[in-house]
Unconditional design. Sequence first.
Length: 313
Amino acid sequence: MHQPISIAIHGGAGTILRENMSDELKKAVLDTLEESVRAGYSVLTLGGDAGDATIAAVKVMEDSPLFNAGKGSVLTHEERIEMDASIMHGKHLNAGAVAGIKGIKNPIELANTVMKKSNHVFLIADGAQRFAESQGFDFVDESYFITQRRVEQLNSMKEKGLFALSESKYPDDRKHGTVGAVALDMQGNLAAATSTGGVTNKKYGRVGDSPIIGAGTHAENGNVAVSTTGVGEFFIRKQVAGDLAARMRYLNEDVHTAAEHVIHGELEAMGGEGGLIALDATGDIHFAMNSSGMYRAAIDIYGNVSVKIYADE
């Protein structure tokens, strides 16, 4: 019997309402989600590595202005772009992460390079920039990342004195637009990757859970791969991705039970809105959320494709 392969992705969770979603925006989102999950799956079908599959999937969303990562990243209080990303490979528990980076078209590639070509796990800001330069990364002008939508969001947030995606005129802006992917390859390797632009109007070099191993990203062979999206301050405090993995490892909970316990337990009680994608060693996929929606897609071990937005789908 062949080792199964599967992949799941997310493009952010939060208040996403049908009545506010235009047909045009819905189609654009669904099309990009499907393009993303198929990009990762194509790597797996060719016998490629799970880590490479997650990178391929995440890059599609980083290159799209629809998601809060890469090109569509939100703006800081200083009207700049500061991006975070992380990746973890389950075979040897290797990981790489970057935070507060600027001018890198695909932050997930830099996180992967930190994992593979440095002695470190986590690089930030100017240090991460210097490392990128040493590795031959091309830098793009900041104008590449900035969209009119994000400028309007920032102005709205500044007027209200807020720092998150809420009370905006766009139908899906009360969501946490992190993107992520989890994958299982033909060799039985699990991997997870996460990328984000953070929160609108953030200050002081704020960093959320996305680049933090064990909070926003986790993968270990024989157990589970996890990528989260939500209110980063809460997801850090609850160590969401690592907690899910620990429940499976020590309590022998299946991926569905563990994911629901984590998302709907103490995290939700303390105000931690969001969701996660999780994939176990058999290729079983689970999406968990305590919000009205999460942009998500998957291709299971049978090759079935699903692309969804709302929690009740």
